[in-house]
Design a protein around this ligand. Structure first.
Ligand code: S3P
Length: 393
């Protein structure tokens, strides 16, 4: 059986909320967030916390700490130090926090002592689970009420965890209403296996015509639009042994090739529910028939790397015959056969998802790839290369 790491989104929320979970088989992002959250829980203020590469960690913890009213500085590695943070500091500062950023944009995030007002109402401008969660956690630690208007839904793990811990949180249409004045009940959380990690093996099964089952994967609806895309592209997906534990749906996933893969168009509300899988969809599109188009995905430019530009640069190197068009919010791929199997040097931007996606591409063609580094895969999927070697090569 293939063993997959624990869900990175859920485990980091548990870390910030100080909820117990089994800490075995977790990626570096979760370790960094756990360490920072534990340091804060122990020493409480005037700390400098290092979140490494974790965007989720820094954004969620900023909310939680700002709500607590304590002074603290949050920093990260080179990639995290260049990711936009106004998206969280602006709403928090409007709410009453005192947060400043380097160049008014990036980490370090300096949080000064402050007190949030009660009954904050905020409409999300970007469909981002990190912004939503940052604000919900701030409401919890400041013991205030918040109403968040979410026009385009994003992953709802924070809402589910709070619900699991008996918080007063509910949804009314596109509004999330949370009363943080009530203490939550601390519980042990059974964290499912990470769907976004499983996605690489789902793709590997389809592209190399294997049907190795993946067991106990989190299949929360707000995360699995990738599966719908695969079915539309021509894959066969089966979910078995579905159950809900710790308020999160999980299942065993089997994926195989049904007929020839075909290109697809994706845009609009689907995007947040498959945002982390878009690099992988682009790889699958290289081996499909017909054009693939992705739009409304500008957020990809603000991930661990600018995933639109890095993906396209690397695809062109991987197959110089491919047809590509770049848009501000997406791209278009017109596949083409490449008979040249010389090895190729790819630039990773220190981005785990870029590396793993191209490893899957190499499985199909047998092409040898030299990456400028591969360590960043550890942020989400420790043991990835061993799994690929043991099961797919
Ligand atoms: C995450 C939300 C998404 C996603 C990231 C994890 C989370 O980011 O890309 O990998 O755990 O909330 P955004 O909220 O920036 O869309």
């Amino acid at each position: 059986m293939i063993e997959l790491p624990k869900d990175k989104s859920i485990a980091q929320r548990c870390a910030v909320l100080n909820l117990d979970f089994d800490e075995s088989f977790i990626g570096e992002d979760i370790k960094n967030t756990l360490q920072a959250a534990n340091q804060f829980a122990e020493y409480n203020k005037d700390l400098t916390l290092n979140l490494g590469n974790s965007g989720t960690g820094i954004r969620l913890l900023t909310g939680y700490i700002a709500g607590s009213g304590k002074k603290c500085t949050l920093i990260g590695d080179k990639s995290l130090s260049n990711r936009p943070m106004r998206r969280i500091s602006d709403p928090l500062n409007t709410w009453g926090a005192k947060i400043s950023l380097r160049e008014n944009k990036y980490p370090p995030i300096e949080i000064a002592e402050s007190k949030l007002q009660s009954n904050f109402i905020y409409e999300l401008e970007i469909p981002s689970a990190q912004i939503k969660s940052c604000l919900l956690l701030a409401a919890l630690s400041s013991k205030t009420k918040i109403e968040i208007i979410e026009k385009i839904p994003s992953r709802d793990h924070t809402e589910r965890l709070l619900q699991e811990c008996d918080a007063m949180i509910f949804r009314e249409g596109n509004k999330i209403i949370f009363d943080g004045t009530k203490e939550i009940t601390k519980k042990f959380i059974d964290v499912p296996k990470d769907f976004s990690s499983a996605a690489y093996l789902i793709a590997a099964n389809i592209l190399t015509d294997k049907d190795i089952p993946l067991i106990g994967i989190g299949v929360n609806k707000t995360r699995t639009a990738f599966l719908d895309v695969l079915v539309e592209m021509g894959a066969k997906i089966e979910l078995r042994n579905g159950c809900v534990i710790s308020n999160e749906q999980r299942a065993d996933i089997t994926a195989s090739l049904n007929k020839n893969l075909k290109g697809i168009s994706i845009s609009g509300k689907k995007i947040p529910n498959l945002i982390d899988e878009i690099p992988l969809i682009a790889i699958m599109a290289m081996f499909a028939e017909g054009k693939t188009t992705i739009r409304d995905a500008k957020e990809l430019r603000y991930k661990e790397s600018d995933r639109i530009s890095l993906l396209l640069d690397n695809m062109k190197k991987f197959n110089p015959n491919i047809g590509l068009a770049e848009f501000e919010d997406g791209f278009e791929i017109i596949p083409s056969k490449n008979l040249n199997n010389d090895s190729v040097d790819l630039e990773t931007g220190g981005d785990h998802r870029i590396i793993m996606s191209f490893v899957i591409a190499a499985l199909v063609t047998g092409k040898k790839i030299n990456f400028d580094e591969t360590e960043s895969v550890e942020t989400s999927f420790p043991g990835f290369f061993e799994v690929i070697k043991a099961w797919y090569q």
